[in-house]
Design a protein around this ligand. Structure first.
Ligand code: ANZ
Ligand code: ZN
Length: 806
C-alpha cells in the first residue's frame, strides 16, 4: 500500500461503499436531532465555497450527534421554483423546466463529492408536482382560514420590458436590473397574506429562540411594535374628523401643521378649489416614487398646501393641512400631526414651508434642530409643567373624555404580497366563475383536484398587461368551475419563491406522504429543527414567513408546536482571497470542484472548518488550503511509519488524547472548527514527540477526525488499522475525567531577582506568558514591590518562574 496520501484513490471508493451500505440512512433509535442546512436554490454556477462551509458545518454536527447515539435527521433538497431560476433561464434562453433539473443534478454531484452525509431517500424538489401539490394544499388551508385576501397593490413595473418586477430587480436609482430603464409603478390586484394577524405572537415567541442576537433584533425591528395613541382632529367647518397615530401625545400643543399621505382618501375632502391642480400634480409625482425614496432622511421634505384646516382637539387652534410624501399610507393612518419642535422630519418640513415652530417639551437647544427627548412641558395650557410621561397620560385621558383619542398599537410589519406575475412558480389554486364565485369571483380548487400543474410551455413572452405569462395560455386558463361545471378561468398568478421554503422542513419529516403534506405524528416526532444553519441574508424574510406559516398551522391543528427553528446559526461570508466579494465578473471565485480535484474533499472540508469559527466572515486563503492538506498528509504518514503505533500509549499522551476528545466535542457544538482542528494539529505534534499511540488510541484519533475528514478517517480506520467498517457507525469516544484533571504548578515571582511571591496555575495555563504576567503583577506582595518602579524587562520561564527586572 502506498504511504502517501492520495485522496482521489480514497474518496470515490468510500462514497460508493457508504451508498451501497446505506450508512447515512436516518437512524430509527435515539434522541431525535434534526440538523438542517438552509436548502439551496440550485443555480447554474454550482456550489459556492460559502455553501460548502454551511453544509460541512451541519454535516460535522450531524455526524457528531449520530456518533453520540442520537437519531439524526440530516436531509437535503432543492428550492427550485422562483425568480432566480426563471431569470437564469431567460438569460440563457433555455426553459426553466430543462435548466433546473440540470442544475440540481450538478449540485447533487458536488454534494456527493464533498462526502456530505445526507439521507438522499428524503430528497425533495419544490418544483415537482409531488411537492407543490402540498404547497397548494397548504395555500388552500390558509385561504380557508381567511388569511389570504385580494387587494390592489402598486407593483414595480418596467414599461420597456412590459413586466412586473420584484424589489430585488430594481437597482438603486430606480432602474430595471436587466435593461437599465426607469421603473415605474402599476396597480395590480394581488393576493396578500395576513401576516400582521400574528405580529404580536411573532414578536413574543422570539424570546424562546436560541438564535443569534443580531437576527433576533432584525426580526424585532421588522415587526416594529410601537405603542402610541390614535388622535382624531376635527375638520374645520365639517363634522368629519381625521385620525393620526402618534407616539408622542405629550406634544399635542406643539402641532403647527398636519400632513396627509398623497394617497389619503381625505385629501379630496379637504382640498380647496384653488389648490386642486397643484395637489393633483403632486399626488401624481409621489406615486412614482418608491417608499424607500419617500422616507429617505436626506431628501428634502416636499409637500403642498391643500387650503384646508383641522382643529387641535384640545386647544381648538386652526392647523393648516398639507399633502406630503414623507408620510406613507402603509403606516398608522397615513396622516401625521406635525410637531416641528420635536420631530426632525417635521422640523425639516416646517423650515422648508416656513411654518411656525412651537416648543412644548423642555430639554433641547432651541433653534438648531428638533428635540425628540422627554422633559417638562411648556406652552401646553393646563398640562404645562408636567413631565412628558405624566403629560401623555393626562392628555390621553382628556382626549378620551371627548371621544377624540385612545391608546393604540401599530406594527411596521406589512401584510405579505404573495402573488407573482411569473411563470416559474406554483400556480395559485383558485378559479374564477361568474356564477358561483365569492366577492372576488373566486372558487377554490377542491383539495381532491390538486395539484394544479404548471403547464409546460416551450417559450413564453411577457403579456404586456402585467399578468403572468400563464395568462397567455388560453387552453390552460379556460377551465370548468368546480362548483357548477360551467366555464371558468384559472388564476394565472403564481406563488413567490418563498412558498416552498415556508414548509419544506416539515416535508423532510414525511417526504413520501401521498395523503397529506406531512402527518402530525411525524411532524411532532422530528420538529422543531434543532440546528438550522444558513446565511444571515435570510435574517428576516424566509425566517419570518416560515414562522408565520407554522403559527397558522398550529391554529389549524396541523402541528402542535409554535416555532419551526429552535436553534439558528449563521455562517460568516467567505470572501475572495483579495478581500472582495467572490464574483464571476472579478474572476476571483473559488470553485469547489477545482479544490477537490487538487486536494480532495477532505482537505476542503477541514480547511473550511479550520478557517474561522462558523459565524465569522473570512477571506479565502490558498496557503490555508495547503496547510490543511499537509496536516492530513502528516496524519496519514503517522499511521504508517514504523513505531508510531505500538503496544501502549504513554500517560502524558493519553491524558492529552482525552483532553482532545473533550475539546473537539465541545468545539463541534460551539461550531468552532478552527480550534477543534488546531487542537488535533497540536496533538499530532505531541504524538510525534511522546509516541507511540496504542492501536486503540489511534482508532480514537481517527474517530475524532471523522466528522471533519470522513473519507480519510474511514481509510485509516478500515484499511490502516484494519477495523470493522464503518468509522461512521461507531460511538463517539468517551473521555475519562480522571485522566484530564489538570495538575497545578507553582510559579515563583521575583522582583529584581528577589522572590516576592508565588502563583498557582493550571499546567495548561502556566506557559501563557501574558496571563501569568498579568496575574503575577496583581499578587499582593508583588504589587507593593513594583509600586513606583519602572519594569525594564520581564524574564519568563514557562511553568516555573517570572522575574520583573526593575
Ligand atoms: C407626532 C410626533 C411628535 C411624532 C414627536 C414623533 C415625535 P414609530 O415610532 O415608528 O411608531 N408617523 C405616524 N404615521 C406615519 C406615517 N404614515 N408616515 C410617516 N410618519 C408617520 O413612529 C411613530 C411616529 O411616526 C408618529 O409619532 C408620527 O410622528 C410618525 F415629537 O407624531 B409622531
Ligand atoms: Zn361556477
Amino acid at each position: 500500500m502506498s504511504k502517501h496520501y492520495h485522496p482521489e484513490e480514497i474518496e470515490k471508493k468510500w462514497q460508493a461503499r457508504w451508498e451501497k451500505e446505506k450508512v447515512y440512512q436516518t437512524p430509527k433509535k435515539g434522541k431525535k436531532t434534526y440538523c438542517l442546512s438552509m436548502f439551496p436554490y440550485p443555480s447554474g454556477a454550482g456550489l459556492h465555497v460559502g455553501h460548502v462551509r454551511i453544509y460541512t458545518g451541519t454535516d460535522v454536527l450531524a455526524r457528531f450527534f449520530k456518533a453520540q447515539g442520537c437519531r439524526v435527521l440530516h436531509p437535503m433538497g432543492w428550492d427550485a421554483f422562483g425568480l432566480p431560476a426563471e431569470n437564469d433561464a431567460l438569460r440563457n434562453k433555455i426553459n426553466p423546466n430543462k435548466l433546473v433539473p440540470k442544475n440540481i443534478a450538478n449540485f447533487k454531484r458536488q454534494m456527493k463529492m464533498m462526502g456530505l452525509a445526507y439521507d438522499w431517500e428524503k430528497e425533495i424538489d419544490t418544483s415537482k408536482p409531488s411537492f407543490y401539490h402540498w404547497t397548494q394544499w397548504l395555500f388552500l388551508k390558509l385561504y380557508d382560514l381567511g388569511l389570504i385576501y385580494k387587494k390592489k397593490v402598486a407593483i414595480n413595473w418596467c414599461p420597456s420590458c412590459q413586466t412586473g418586477l420584484a424589489n430585488e430587480e430594481v437597482l438603486p436609482g430606480g432602474v430595471h436590473e436587466r435593461c437599465g430603464k426607469a421603473v415605474t409603478k402599476k396597480d395590480l390586484p394581488q393576493w396578500l397574506f395576513k401576516i400582521t394577524t400574528f405580529a404580536d405572537q411573532l414578536l413574543e415567541d422570539l424570546k424562546g429562540l436560541d438564535w443569534p442576537q443580531g437576527i433576533l433584533q432584525m426580526q424585532k425591528n421588522w415587526i416594529g411594535k410601537s405603542q402610541g395613541v390614535m388622535i382624531k382632529f376635527p375638520i374645520a367647518g365639517k363634522k368629519e374628523t381625521i385620525a393620526t397615530f402618534t407616539t408622542r401625545p405629550d406634544t399635542l400643543f406643539g402641532v403647527t401643521f398636519f400632513c396627509l399621505a398623497p394617497e389619503h382618501p381625505a385629501v379630496s375632502l379637504l382640498v380647496k378649489p384653488k389648490y386642486k391642480k397643484a395637489v393633483g400634480n403632486y399626488q401624481q409625482k409621489a406615486l412614482r416614487k418608491t417608499e424607500l425614496e419617500r422616507i429617505s432622511k436626506v431628501k428634502a421634505k416636499t409637500g403642498v398646501f391643500t387650503g384646508g384646516y383641522l382643529l387641535n382637539p384640545l386647544s381648538g387652534k386652526q392647523i393648516p393641512v398639507y399633502v406630503a410624501d414623507y408620510v406613507v399610507t402603509s403606516y398608522g393612518t397615513g396622516a401625521v400631526m406635525g410637531v416641528p419642535a420635536h420631530d426632525q422630519r417635521d422640523w425639516d418640513f416646517a423650515k422648508k414651508h416656513q411654518l411656525e415652530i412651537v416648543e412644548v417639551v423642555l430639554g433641547g437647544k432651541v433653534g438648531k434642530k428638533a428635540y425628540s427627548g422627554e422633559g417638562k412641558l411648556i406652552n401646553s395650557a393646563k398640562f404645562s409643567n408636567l413631565a412628558s410621561l405624566k403629560a401623555r397620560k393626562e392628555i390621553l385621558s382628556s382626549l378620551g373624555k371627548k371621544g377624540l383619542g385612545k391608546k393604540a398599537v401599530q406594527y411596521h410589519l406589512r401584510d405579505w404580497v404573495f402573488s407573482r406575475q411569473r411563470y416559474w412558480g406554483e400556480p395559485i389554486p383558485l378559479v374564477y366563475c361568474d356564477r358561483c364565485g365569492d366577492k372576488n369571483g373566486v372558487v377554490p380548487v377542491p383539495f381532491g383536484n390538486l395539484p394544479v400543474k404548471l403547464p409546460y410551455v416551450e417559450k413564453y413572452q411577457p403579456t404586456g398587461t402585467g399578468e403572468s405569462p400563464l395568462a397567455g395560455l388560453g387552453d390552460w386558463v379556460k377551465t370548468k368551475c368546480p362548483k357548477c361545471g360551467g366555464p371558468a378561468k384559472r388564476e394565472t398568478d403564481t406563488m413567490p419563491n418563498w412558498a416552498g421554503s415556508c414548509w419544506y422542513f416539515l416535508r423532510f419529516a414525511d417526504p413520501d406522504n401521498k395523503k397529506a403534506p406531512f402527518s402530525k405524528e411525524k411532524a411532532a416526532d422530528w420538529l422543531p429543527v434543532d440546528w438550522y444553519l444558513g446565511g444571515a441574508e435570510h435574517a428576516v424574510l424566509h425566517l419570518l414567513y416560515s414562522r408565520f406559516w407554522i403559527k397558522a398551522f398550529k391554529k389549524m391543528g396541523l402541528v402542535d408546536f409554535n416555532e419551526p427553528f429552535k436553534r439558528l446559526r449563521n455562517v460568516g461570508m467567505v470572501w475572495a482571497e483579495d478581500g472582495r466579494k467572490m464574483s464571476k465578473s472579478l474572476g476571483n471565485v473559488v470553485n469547489p470542484d477545482e479544490v477537490v480535484k487538487k486536494f480532495g474533499a477532505d482537505t476542503l472540508r477541514v480547511y473550511e472548518m479550520f478557517m474561522a469559527p462558523f459565524g465569522q466572515p473570512i477571506a479565502w486563503n490558498g496557503e490555508g488550503v495547503w496547510g490543511a492538506y499537509r496536516f492530513l498528509g502528516r496524519v496519514f504518514r503517522a499511521y504508517q511509519e514504523k513505531g508510531r503505533i505500538g503496544e501502549k500509549t504513554s500517560p502524558k499522551l493519553k491524558s492529552n488524547l482525552h483532553r482532545l476528545i473533550k475539546k473537539v466535542g465541545e468545539d463541534i457544538v460551539a461550531l468552532k472548527g478552527n480550534t477543534a482542528v488546531a487542537a488535533m494539529m497540536e496533538f499530532l505534534s505531541l504524538w510525534k514527540k511522546e509516541g507511540p499511540l496504542s492501536k486503540e488510541d489511534a482508532g480514537i484519533f481517527a474517530q475524532i477526525l471523522a466528522p471533519f475528514a470522513p473519507h480519510f478517517s474511514e481509510e485509516l480506520w478500515c484499511q490502516v488499522l484494519g477495523k470493522k467498517f464503518s468509522v461512521h457507525q461507531q460511538s463517539w469516544p468517551k473521555f475519562d475525567p480522571q485522566l484530564i484533571k489538570e495538575e497545578t504548578v507553582v510559579i515563583i515571582i521575583q522582583v529584581g531577582g528577589k522572590v516576592r511571591g508565588q502563583l498557582k496555575a493550571k499546567s495548561s495555563q502556566a506557559s501563557e506568558r501574558l496571563q501569568v504576567e498579568t496575574a503575577a503583577k496583581k499578587a499582593e506582595n508583588v504589587a507593593r514591590h513594583l509600586k513606583g518602579k519602572k519594569i525594564k524587562k520581564v524574564v519568563f520561564v514557562p511553568g516555573r518562574l517570572i522575574n520583573f527586572v526593575v
